[in-house]
Design a protein around this ligand. Structure first.
Ligand code: G6Q
Length: 550
């Protein structure tokens, strides 16, 4: 077990005090003023790395803010902790594990050691097996039990074993095999499985059961449902399982117990956290969709951002900057949320993916010194693609009473050009960030002859901070870089707060709780209930309704 990380309580540090005093001094400074007094701001407060351009000039920061935030990072040992992660130290101390998702995208020939063993060759061995399998399925040489090529891919998993594959499939749909169908089943609600399979021919369907532990209730329930569905349609011959099921897991014993031949299993390792696993074998559905070359291109994008995070100077380091800006608003402005607003329909699941990455990682209250953290930790991340969001919740961002920092994500080239629509899309992105920064003043409104009584309603105060992230086009490589950008931004925030961004004990609790209630809901005889009176009554009501067929 690695030693506790003793850092002084944040509020007691001079760096924290300096930032708090600086924030008070900045209280009356507006983004309008900052842009007016510094014409170069929009080209100076920018950074580039791994094919992404970050404009952070529309943030409530000055050069002094950035200097103080970097001082904070230095005092908290963020870069030393980053180096420890890349080195394979067991920085996930509550689970006594290394944190090496960066090894999943390390090029062949790189050396990264865990317990004295270089793990990079194992990573590539699995990638090569995945590629050989994907090629066989895509070319139709891997055939189902009745001899038909497999055209339907159903990935079964939940949480970290689902959100990445779903997001990546949607994001990279443009590059995907259009003659194959991809479905994702996560919820234990039977509707999920039934709707995902109702129109599929079992003879042409491959199930990928994704579960790191292979003990997760929802995934096993759906995997059993899939086996029954498949065997019922294929004449009941259990030999069909070998042709229609593969497993992605770290737990070979449970995979075998389920009945999947471990020859059809693709492994990963305990040093890959679920929410950091979309670039491991958990991404097999992504590889089947976009092909092994596309998948490798995605890994290269991840790796480019890893290298940027590892080597770029602090002042131009995208994940470090974004992480520190998130701390700035969260801790010094009391911002409770961050909105992520991709101007790409393909990225419609990206905010949901980020919710797990950010909130499961930094939703923590204990420090790595086993003490209560003395400041707010992870903010709520949320969002929807633009321009849809503009017609609903942007109102609150423009004129509500809360400060909501936003990340706008856009692309210079459309994948699917259609007249001038891409310009329309991007014009909206740019106009929104401008309006959020500058607002619309009472003077402007009066000059437009707005009646006095209406002015307060129409004023947009502006001064709402945004990041703009631009990339050339949405490719597998860009997606990899974008995900890694947020992974390392999350890391930066967690390191400042001195929390463990890599465990998830709250999720583990949820996994245990339902087991007891399930037994009580299913019991033949009336069970003795020892919950609170609300839970007891709800269980009885449900049982009574089921008995009466209601
Ligand atoms: C991710 C979490 C959690 C996990 C799921 C699925 O970091 O630990 O979301 O991925 O609970 O777990 P299994 O892959 O073990 O089924």
């Amino acid at each position: 077990m690695s030693a506790p990380v003793h850092l002084p309580p944040l509020r007691a540090t001079p760096e924290w005090g300096a930032l708090a005093a600086h924030q008070r001094a900045l209280r009356d400074v507006t983004l309008r003023q900052l842009f007016a007094t510094d014409p170069g701001r929009g080209t100076r407060l920018v950074a580039e790395g791994a094919g992404l351009y970050l404009d952070y000039s529309k943030n409530l920061v000055t050069d002094e803010t950035l200097r103080l935030l970097q001082e904070l990072a230095r005092a908290r040992g963020v870069l030393a902790r980053r180096d420890a992660m890349f080195r394979g130290d067991r920085i996930n101390r509550t689970e006594d594990r290394a944190v090496l998702h960066v090894a999943l995208r390390a090029p062949r020939g790189t050396q990264i050691s865990v317990d004295g063993r270089n793990i990079v060759p194992e990573v590539h061995e699995v990638l090569d097996r995945m590629a050989a399998f994907a090629d066989r399925v895509r070319s139709g040489t891997w055939r189902g039990h009745s001899g038909k090529p497999l055209r339907n891919i159903v990935s079964i998993g939940i949480g970290g074993s689902d959100l990445g594959p779903v997001m990546a499939y949607e994001a990279l749909r443009f590059y995907s095999r259009r003659d194959m169908r991809f479905r994702f089943v996560s919820n234990v609600d039977p509707a999920d499985f039934v709707e995902a399979t109702h129109d599929l021919d079992a003879a042409e369907t491959l199930f990928i059961v994704c579960s790191k532990t292979f003990t997760t209730l929802e995934t096993l329930a759906n995997a059993h449902a899939a086996r029954e569905w498949c065997l019922a349609a294929l004449g009941g011959d259990a030999a069909a399982v070998a042709k229609h099921f593969v497993a992605i897991s770290t737990n070979a014993a449970e995979v075998a117990r389920f009945g999947i031949d471990t020859a059809n299993m693709f492994g990963f390792w305990d040093w890959v956290g679920g929410r950091y696993s979309m670039d491991s074998a958990i991404g097999l559905s992504t590889m089947l969709a976009i092909g092994p070359d596309g998948f490798r291109e995605m890994l290269a994008g991840f790796h480019a951002m890893d290298e940027h995070f590892r080597t770029a100077p602090a002042g131009g380091n995208l994940p470090l900057l974004m992480g520190l800006l998130a701390v700035w608003y969260n801790n010094f402005f009391g911002a409770q949320t961050v909105a992520v607003l991709p101007y790409s329909r393909y990225l419609k699941r990206f905010p949901a993916y980020l919710q797990q990455l950010t909130m499961e990682s930094n939703g923590k209250q204990a420090t790595l010194a086993n003490e209560a953290v003395d400041v707010q930790t992870g903010p709520v991340y949320w969002g929807e693609p633009g321009t849809d969001g503009q017609h609903s919740f942007y109102q609150l961002i423009h004129q509500g009473t809360r400060l909501i920092p936003c990340d706008f994500i856009g692309f210079e080239q459309a994948l699917t050009p259609l007249g001038g629509q891409h310009e329309l899309l991007m014009a909206n992105l740019l106009a929104q960030t401008e309006a959020l920064a500058s607002g619309r003043t009472a003077d402007q409104l009066r000059a437009e002859n707005t009646p006095d009584w209406l002015v307060p309603h129409r004023v947009c105060p502006g001064n709402r901070p945004t990041n703009t992230i631009l990339a050339g086009r949405l490719t597998p490589g860009t997606l990899g870089a974008l995900v890694a950008l947020y992974e390392h931004s999350v890391f930066t925030q967690g390191a400042v707060w001195n929390i463990n961004s890599f465990d998830q004990w709250g999720v583990e609790l949820g996994k245990q709780l339902a087991r007891k209630v399930t037994a009580e809901l299913q019991a033949r005889d009336e069970p003795e209930l020892h919950h609170d009176s609300s839970t007891n009554a709800l269980i009885r009501r449900y049982r009574a309704a089921r008995r009466s067929g209601g």
